[in-house]
Design a protein around this ligand. Sequence first.
Ligand SMILES: Nc1ncnc2c1ncn2[C@@H]1O[C@H](COP(=O)(O)OP(=O)(O)OP(=O)(O)O)[C@@H](O)[C@H]1O
Ligand SMILES: [Mg+2]
Length: 685
Amino acid sequence: MRPLEPSVRESDEFRETVDRALEMVVPLVADYAFVHLSEADGSIQEVAFQHRDAGKEPELALLLRELRPSMTAPGSVIRSALEEGDARQVGVPPGVMVSSSSNQPLKEAVDRLGPRSFMVVPLVVDGGTVGTLSFARFEDDRPYDDQDLAFAKAVAGQTGLAIAKAEQIHEVERARREAIAATDEIRLQARLLDAVGEAVVAVALDGKIVYWNRAAETLYGYPAEEALGRDLSVTAPADTDRAQLTSAMKALSAGETWTGEVTLQRRNGETFPARFTGTPFYDDSGEAHGIITVTSDLTQRKELEGQVIQAQRLQAVGGLAGGVAHDLNNALTGIQGFTELILQDLHPTSEARGDLEEIREAANRAAVLVQQLLAFSRRQLLQPKRLDLNQIVLGMSGVLRRVVREDIELVHDLANDLLPTKADPRQIEQVVLNLVQNAVEAMPAGGRLKISTLNERIGTTQADSFHYFVRAGAYAVLTVEDTGPGMTDEVKVRAFEPFFTTKPPGQGPGLGLSTVYGIVKQSEGYVWIDSEPRRGAKVRVFLPELAAEEPGNELSTEEDGPARILLAEDDEAVRTVVRRILEREGFVVMEAANGKEALAVARQGQFDAIITDVVMPEMGGHDMVRALREEGGDLPALFISGHTDDQLVRAGIAEGGYAFLAKPFTREDLLRKIKEILAPDSSRA
Ligand SMILES: Nc1ncnc2c1ncn2[C@@H]1O[C@H](COP(=O)(O)OP(=O)(O)OP(=O)(O)O)[C@@H](O)[C@H]1O
Ligand SMILES: [Mg+2]
């Protein structure tokens, strides 16, 4: 016995085959006929029947169902035919079937349908018996004979063949459907792999590429058609690290996964850092089939790491530069001051005059450098104000016209509704000037220089994508763009470093961009370079929007009358110079070498103003002035310093409304400032 697949039994082909068989025999050799199939569980079920009188078919259905137990019981004619696979015919004596049933409708059905003559032939498909074909005749007294049996067998034989064919068709159909499903699955998987951001590549055991997803196309630059069938080594640069390759191969052939940072090569020959993972894969039988590799490009991450390193290096250099600049500042203040004093005393025709003027010039040049260094190390005392970048740019048009040569087209593109920001206007002018100067120098044969402003918002996601802290929010952005040769990565990475320059020696110290960097950082902004070789350079300066409620605070000065001045300064040279300058102008000056001393001096006398250094041993200028204030003195104070990196000191000076003078300063600077604080109403800067 061989049960048919349920899916075959339910197929249209099977139904049609069975119906055709029944039509061939009813009414020719049977009044009715029916088909049984064996089931997988060993039972036997009727699956089709036909009566010469279609109106009797419901009754026939009832009869077949009711008689099924007796017809399919062990030893019954149908089961025997099925199990033994041979045909048989039986004569049914009148009345036999009737007596066995007590069920009234069944009794009637048997009465009406009970056959006189019955034959069963097995349905054989591919050598196995799948069911039976049964014939019944009752209206004719003629019993079935050998001829009838031979005909029935022939019909069953035909039917068996037809069922075999239906099975085949069905098999083919199923295989096709499975194939489609499998292809769909593969397609889906391929689509999933295509959606993966990493390059996924499968390699056969011989090293040939058998799968290449979309990210691989982008990463390596080969379209899949071109990559498939080639050796994976097309992605390795010629100078691949042999030792690393060997260790990878060893792990993979031992069936392990290998992960590492490698250098790979794109189609255009460009190499890039990548994270590479290779995993062996196996077929269903556990046979090694090849390697699946997943590769992600680390270029961007390396760049970000570079950003961090650069930021850290700039900070370290800044600290160093600031310290040096501070000491240089004091020295320069001394040189400048003494030189001026001597010049004043000198006879107008003295021969030494020229030399002294050169000293003064040299000191002034050095002072400018020191100033730039201080700007870079963010140790300038800025005087931030509410500021409109557009006004700064427009206000500089005279200066820019002088800096930008005729062969350069200067274009402005300023935003209408630019956000206000807060910074020191003089310093921002310096930023614009330095950037413009660089652009001009980058275009010796002329070109186009564009200065633009616009508003930009840095979203939180964008801010988080930086590897150092970037504040999300609204910014006013200044962009200076040129059509020069642009910068290589090496130059870009170092451009902000003080003294980094690609100019020939003596043509520029390399402090332009470091000054820009320091000023922008100190203004809580960001400066970014977008540049590639041959693509020009674009420097963008982001300054945070000034919040509506935040005032653009300005330093105010205080007033008072005559001329007794307390001078606190730890550097002796500076102190002496300041004292002598002041004394010449008729001021009375009392000296102190630090804050503590100054406090003591102040308590003993009456003063009209204090001039004090900010950072001093024992007690700094700010603490000293605050202590004096607390004692009730309300002296105007002028802070002199080249070194105000402490936020608190800066905030305190601004908040206290004190005046400030950056070292080194000239005699005029000092006198102007001191007069300002003594008579603030008449001359406010
Ligand atoms: N617009 C630009 N195009 C191309 N390269 C630039 C541009 N701006 C700056 N650079 C590069 O960055 C380097 C550093 O610039 P930076 O302004 O700090 O110093 P510098 O211009 O060389 O000297 P200095 O500004 O002190 O006169 C330059 O030497 C140059 O190589
Ligand atoms: Mg420069």
